[in-house]
Design a protein around this ligand. Sequence first.
Ligand SMILES: Cc1cc2nc3c(=O)[nH]c(=O)nc-3n(C[C@H](O)[C@H](O)[C@H](O)COP(=O)(O)O)c2cc1C
Ligand code: SF4
Ligand code: SF4
Length: 407
Amino acid sequence: MSSNKKQVTNNLSSCNFCSFCMKICPEDAIYVDVQKKEWKLKAKRCTKCKRCIKKCPAQCLSMQVQKEHKGLLFTPYQLGGITLKNRIVMSPMCMISCLKEDGHLTDFHTIHYVSRAVGQVGLIMLEATAVTPQGRIKTTDLGIWDDTFVDGYKMLNRMIHDQGSHVGVQLAHAGRKASFGQPIAPSSVVYDDSTYTPPTEMTKEEIQEVIQAFRDAAIRAKAADFDVIEIHAAHGYLIHTFLSPLTNKRTDEYGGSKVNQYRILSEIIEAVKSVFEGPILVRISAEEYNIDGYSTKDYLDYVIWMKEQGIVLVDVSTGGLTPQAPKAYPGYQVPYAARIKRKTDMPTGTVGIIVHGIQAEEILSKQEADLIFVGRELLRNPYFPIYAMKELGLKQEVPYQYERAVR
Ligand SMILES: Cc1cc2nc3c(=O)[nH]c(=O)nc-3n(C[C@H](O)[C@H](O)[C@H](O)COP(=O)(O)O)c2cc1C
Ligand code: SF4
Ligand code: SF4
């Protein structure tokens, strides 16, 4: 499949979003949103005058014949025992919308998630969903801590399945980043002195209770017809704080060595596996942006162990353990997913300012990742996959009700 058209292309990784190209374009063909770090070309308007190319200080613009591509973004993907219709995953995003603070789905959640299924996302991953009430980041987060949750999720999942998408739930415990009550963590190390309550060190009984809570949540996820479970082990929440030497100062079998730091995740994976037959993913932060923390090379062992335990894909994110954050730019986390995939042979998902079909296609064709997780772009545009098809010159697959709009 190919579009074979000559057009201005932008190497997004060197773009500093100065918007000079936009200002110089006589046809108003370029759209640069400096705030959102987005760059778009209205190809039909472009006269190929090359003024933007000459003006760009980062030399990231060129006039190229768009390369042949295989349309990998829209090829099915075998994730464990299920076949996703394409490689686009809705990245988990807390919607802080349980205004009754009971953890239950609201009409907003239903509209929000089903819209992205109508928009042709292959796998919809529900936001961080707390396995215990104390495990919520905010009191307005979704939960799955008792059986009353099953019917609501089942109804939502039926609607998502009706649109041909698969659906997963990200099971989570906030640990020391819970913003109410008394937070718990492997050790009493506070996240950020000014705004967070110092956590209490978990007893072994409390560790067992959390593992049991993940197992019970997985039983409910199965009863509610979720296809996939993602275990949230990233962004400084409970499991991540066990994995990192910055936050795990324990001297028992849950700390002190990498094997011990991994133990809680290993036990959670086994607990979830024992009751859920579908594919299980883990989201990790493969870089902690701290000299004393872990980076990708330290995570390689963890990923190999996950693979041995039957995890089918690692969703590679970064950061969140400390307030330090990198400068984000398009595709800024792709190298972490690529390295993990290369070094461990574990399939990876990548995430972070992936906003174009062409950009996603390039990541897949370079075998840097297997799935493309899309976050904020799907908040801006629930129909992102349909736009990506168009960008790649593919026939736009839309629900039959919308066919007259793309004929
Ligand atoms: C509103 C919002 C809520 C988020 N909530 C979660 C979450 O519940 N779980 C999670 O792992 N990441 C969460 N994230 C991170 C996203 O999943 C994603 O990794 C991040 O936004 C980078 O991808 P993007 O540039 O495509 O948005 C959230 C991000 C946003 C913007
Ligand atoms: S080549 Fe000319 S018309 Fe096309 S985007 Fe650049 S400045 Fe605009
Ligand atoms: S493409 Fe070049 S001129 Fe345009 S916003 Fe990026 S760096 Fe600036």
